[in-house]
Design a binder for this molecule. Structure first.
Ligand SMILES: Cc1cc2nc3c(=O)[nH]c(=O)nc-3n(C[C@H](O)[C@H](O)[C@H](O)COP(=O)(O)OP(=O)(O)OC[C@H]3O[C@@H](n4cnc5c(N)ncnc54)[C@H](O)[C@@H]3O)c2cc1C
Ligand code: SF4
Length: 319
């Protein structure tokens, strides 16, 4: 980056997203320092981007962070890349994830990736769902599936009521949260969305089935976790742990604790943030039909930005 700074190419400098997962978070786990958005940090020799001996035609399905990282690295290696994105915007989950003002760095990362797609002249096809048929028609040498993940849907009575929506719907502005909000799920997404809503004057209560918040399977580094807990306290967000959603009613929810005791919580809107599951039907359909078929990002394991970038980088470096 010093060279880019000296040449006045600030927009080409990959921004830090302040996640601490790839650097200090790894140090706390006794692992060598690296970086979530740049897997070559500290191991430059092994992760150097080298020209491919034989340029190939590569089809990338999905234009989230994983699809864009795979496209970027493959194009830098001299491959011919086509990326299909079924929606009208690149970025996948990072679009709602970067909506809160305190997630400004994630927005900068997304802008950086979109710029790289343009600079590398990648053939990006927006509003184009990758299907078995249109992928076959392209006759690619290799296919990278980066179709991301979907919300885990809760199966409880009343979940389809109009006062229920997902965290992404609220963040994207397609659904509105009323005054009293019950946030179902106290992982990173639930807590950040709760903070964002509380700062806009909503009275938010987080309901978490585990004994504490931000303990999801993809661990959040200690310093980020305690800072977010402090900010939630400051914003007067209430937290109920060891409780699960049992039923949604018109103006309340019924929750049940781990001793099977039920209680009622009054609320106008129920926002769900109960985790994500890989969305990889396309991969399963293509399996056995291409000699080189790869699965990356949330479609491989629903996790976080680091997993999306690292899995995509690893595949694109070795095609
Ligand atoms: C609200 C929210 C906040 C988050 N905050 C953080 C955070 O602070 N830090 C962090 O590390 N992680 C965070 N995450 C998780 C992180 O954003 C994801 O793990 C990561 O972005 C996954 O990237 P991906 O490219 O694998 O998948 P996605 O982001 O799901 O992208 C997949 C893309 O593929 C497209 N697609 C799907 N099927 C097809 C098809 N057949 N053809 C063409 N296109 C298709 C989709 O439209 C989408 O654009 C957050 C997630 C959410 C929802
Ligand atoms: S791991 Fe995260 S916080 Fe650390 S340098 Fe990389 S982007 Fe920044």
């Amino acid at each position: 980056w010093p060279k880019k700074a000296m040449e006045g190419r600030d927009e080409d400098i990959r921004p830090c997203i302040c996640c601490h997962k790839g650097c200090l978070g790894r140090a706390f786990e006794g692992k060598p320092l690296c970086c979530s958005v740049n897997p070559a940090v500290g191991r430059e020799r092994y992760y150097e981007i080298k020209k491919a001996e034989t340029p190939k035609k590569i089809l990338v399905a999905g234009g989230g962070i994983a699809g864009m990282e795979a496209s970027r690295v493959a194009a830098l290696r001299g491959h011919h890349v086509t990326m299909m994105e079924k929606s009208g915007e690149l970025g996948g989950h990072v679009i709602p994830g970067s909506k809160p003002d305190f997630k400004y760095d994630d927005r900068r990362l997304l802008d950086w990736y979109c710029r790289q797609m343009r600079e590398l002249n990648i053939d990006v096809r927006m509003d184009t769902e990758a299907t078995e048929e249109n992928i076959m028609a392209e006759k690619p040498d290799a296919v990278i599936v980066a179709t991301g993940s979907k919300d885990i849907a809760l199966n409880v009575p009343g979940i389809n009521r109009p006062n229920v929506c997902t965290a992404s719907e609220v963040l994207n502005g397609t659904k509105q949260a009323e005054k009293r909000v019950a946030m179902i799920g106290g992982g990173l997404v639930g807590c950040e969305t709760a903070l964002w809503l509380a700062r806009q004057g909503r009275e938010v209560t987080i309901v978490e089935m585990q004994g504490d918040i931000i303990l999801s399977k993809s661990p959040v580094p200690h310093m980020n976790r305690i800072m977010l807990i402090d900010l939630l306290n400051q914003a007067k967000v209430k937290v109920i742990t060891n409780n699960s959603l049992l039923e949604v009613k018109a103006g309340s929810i019924i929750i049940i604790d781990n001793h099977f005791s039920r209680s009622e919580l009054l609320c106008d809107t129920v926002v769900t943030a109960a985790g994500y599951k890989p969305y990889n039907q396309l991969f399963r359909r293509l399996n056995g039909k291409f000699a080189e078929l790869y699965l990356v990002g949330d479609a491989y394991a629903a996790a976080d930005i680091q997993n999306a970038i690292w899995t995509a980088n690893e595949v694109a470096l070795h095609i």
